[in-house]
Design a protein around this ligand. Structure first.
Ligand SMILES: [Zn+2]
Length: 460
């Protein structure tokens, strides 16, 4: 039985703001026209605003300060907007952006409510996003009034979305427009939130089974020393990494999400630009995504809610260049693309099969107050196990209908099922024989079919 109230703190954080505004320090401003090397131990943060990660009161927790304007009070390593921070640098270099500009956040606040939830104060549930990231103008209004430049790391809005697969489902009678969640035109109405990562390093390290110093050293080393403070400032525990964020799409009333008695459908999807946007048929990504959206719409029409979380983790977080190199290896290898060698090819090229590591993935579910998922639309046991291990119950796993899997994607799904993924009844019992005979399309990249062997290193 559910008790949604138990997952919410009693007082909204805004009520606590006024009481302790006096304790907010006066901002110190950094002169932005000279270069400040962060490799020196005293370069910044002589008096960082304290952060008490996981504290339910946002003022005690403290605002994440990671803009360039308050270097002595900054309490986070990195920069806002993930990898897009480099474009900010370009804009300033090109004279298009005044580095002193402070954003006008007046009309930017969320258009629907998320939280607060009990999970917000549990680092084991949230340590890769700032649960107050959408409430900056509300809970840290006192800081903004005093002149601090604090940026939201979450933005919450609404949209109409229009997908050919949804229109087709309407035409075939699988979906019925109701004028509220699904319009006659085939458009559906969503609430959505964009989230950029904010990492609390001690807990990130715990989830990856290493010490915090090993984590800091490893990121420092593998980024060619991009973030010296990872080494020089072990007291600064927050890191805004230069990686892609995520987007939450919600069908139905977001307020029902924490209520365990109300049906909830969910898919956590990792970006695959080639399939998701351009319809490449080598994998099941877009069919899975649009199938999940269809199930989310149906759930919302039954009075529940549907969630799709879209992670920017292209090519299993190895990136699209690595992914295409793997595609070429798969198609070119002896015997052509086969389910049998599907995972081995990625490992051959990248040295590792997958760097998505789902350990941080459930955080946005806890941000929304999810404690029970009735329908989970994914064949990945890694995702299933990661979610369940953080205390969220999953009732049913919904399989992708076989007719939605493109021919060339049989290689991917067969290999995944053979290696323990769960694609439901339609793909049960895949044995070694089945694995060996599942092959993909041939491209004849090197002209072998015509008896000629092109030198692939020659650019034509
Ligand atoms: Zn894909």
């Amino acid at each position: 039985m559910s008790n949604p109230a138990s997952n919410s703190t009693t007082a909204p954080p805004s009520k606590k703001r006024k009481e302790s505004t006096d304790s907010i320090p006066v901002p110190e401003f950094t002169q932005l026209d000279y270069v400040n090397l962060t490799s020196h131990t005293d370069a910044f943060g002589v008096d960082p605003i304290p952060i008490s990660w996981g504290h339910p009161d946002p003022l005690v927790r403290g605002p994440v300060i990671c803009t360039v304007r308050h270097s002595s009070q900054r309490n986070a390593i990195g920069a806002h907007s993930g990898s897009y921070c480099i474009y900010t640098g370009l804009a300033v270099a090109a004279g298009k952006l005044n580095p002193d500009y402070v954003p006008n956040l007046k009309l930017t606040s969320p258009v629907f409510n998320i939280g607060p939830h009990k999970s917000w104060s549990d680092p084991k549930k949230i340590s890769s996003i700032d649960p107050f990231g959408h409430l900056i103008t509300n809970v840290y209004g006192g800081y903004l009034d005093k002149g601090f430049d604090i940026r939201p790391t979450i933005a919450v809005t609404k949209a109409h979305i229009d997908l050919p697969e949804t229109r087709e489902a309407v035409a075939l009678g699988r979906l019925v427009p109701d004028g509220k969640i699904l319009l006659e035109s085939g458009q559906s109405i969503v609430s959505k939130a964009a989230i950029e990562p904010v990492w609390y390093l001690p807990e990130i390290a715990r989830r990856f089974g290493c010490t915090e110093s090993v984590l800091r050293q490893s990121i420092f080393r593998m980024t060619n020393g991009m973030y010296p403070e990872l080494i020089t400032r072990p007291d600064i525990k927050i890191f805004l990494p230069p990686i892609g964020g995520l987007t939450i799409y919600i069908w139905g009333d977001p307020d029902t999400i924490p209520d365990e008695d109300i049906e909830l459908t969910c898919r956590v999807h990792d970006e695959c630009n080639g399939s998701d946007v351009f319809g490449s048929d080598i994998c099941t990504c877009r069919p899975y995504l649009t199938h999940a959206i269809e199930e989310c719409i149906k759930t919302a029409q039954r009075g529940g809610a549907g969630i799709v979380i879209y992670y920017r983790k292209e090519g299993r977080s190895l990136g699209e260049v690595t992914k295409y190199l793997v595609y070429n290896t798969r198609k070119r290898q002896e015997g052509g693309d086969s389910a049998e060698n599907y995972f081995a090819c990625t490992e051959k090229v990248a040295g590792v099969q997958d760097t998505r590591f789902q350990a941080l993935m459930p955080d946005p579910l806890h941000f929304l107050g999810v404690t029970k998922i009735h329908n989970f639309i994914s064949m990945s046991d890694m995702k299933y196990n990661a979610i369940v291990s953080t205390g969220i119950e999953i009732v049913n796993r919904v399989e992708i209908p076989k007719e939605l899997v493109p021919d060339d994607a049989q290689v991917e799904i067969t290999a995944k099922v053979f290696h323990g993924y769960n694609a439901g009844k339609a793909y049960q019992g895949i044995d070694e024989k089945e694995l060996k005979k599942t092959v993909g399309r041939e491209y004849d990249y090197d002209g072998k079919a015509n008896g000629e062997k092109k030198d692939t290193n020659v650019i034509e």
